[in-house]
Ligand binder design. Structure first.
Ligand SMILES: C[S@@+](CC[C@H](N)C(=O)[O-])C[C@H]1O[C@@H](n2cnc3c(N)ncnc32)[C@H](O)[C@@H]1O
Length: 194
């Protein structure tokens, strides 16, 4: 387990989208499928879903396969990852509704309150400025929208909690079993719980 997570922590893997994609296909298949099921069950009809730190677009494609009505946008810092994600969407014939952008999550090219659901897998432990990314995600997500950030269990939670305390909604951390291993899940509290 630690060996796998050490490998996903190696940033040089991200320069080559195809190499990372082979690795993600083995390591994250179960995770992506289970998270895609949850997103498919929760996203509103015709909604906009953001995959934050989308890598090579595996999760976005799994979501799109389950919900043809959704628009899915993936954002990632690494052009090599995004190129592979675009190839995947074009190959699957879903590029009209699944699109990818190279950008820093801390400076998202989306208007305020424009996204219906945000999901992220195995990306947060790479964010150079966690408070800036959490603020940016909070800005673009509509008020009632779910925000689900899955990451390794020992990722420091303090920065997420202290940042979100300044925003419209608090974040809570739980441990969930997704795919083959337990992960931390950071969720923005819904309006009834806030
Ligand atoms: C381990 S990969 C996970 C990729 C994908 N979510 C998955 O489940 O396969 C982490 C990704 O986060 C991206 N990332 C890290 N910091 C980022 C940031 N500030 N903005 C956008 N993407 C970022 C990396 O480029 C990398 O593609």
């Amino acid at each position: 387990m630690r060996k796998v997570l050490h490998r996903i922590g190696q940033r040089h893997l991200f320069a080559n989208g195809h190499a990372y994609d082979r690795h993600a296909g083995k390591t994250f298949r179960g995770l992506h499928r289970q998270v895609a099921e949850d997103v498919a069950a929760a996203a509103p009809e015709g909604g906009l879903v953001l995959d934050a730190g989308c890598g090579t677009g595996r999760l976005a494609a799994e979501i799109a396969a389950r919900r043809p009505d959704l628009r899915v946008r993936g954002v990632d810092l690494e052009p090599g990852m995004v190129e592979t994600a675009i190839e995947r969407a074009e190959g699957a014939g879903i590029a009209d509704r699944v699109q990818f952008t190279v950008a820093d999550l801390a400076d998202l090219p989306f208007p305020d309150d424009s996204v219906d659901l945000i999901v992220s897998t195995a990306s947060m432990h790479h964010w150079a400025d966690v408070p800036a990314v959490v603020s940016s995600l909070d800005r673009v997500l509509r008020r009632e929208g779910p925000m689900w950030i899955y990451d390794i269990r020992w990722v420091p939670a303090g920065q997420v909690r202290s940042t979100s305390a300044k925003h419209r909604r608090r974040m809570v951390r739980t441990v969930v079993r997704t795919g083959s291993f337990p992960l931390a899940l950071f969720q923005r509290l819904d309006s009834s719980a806030a």
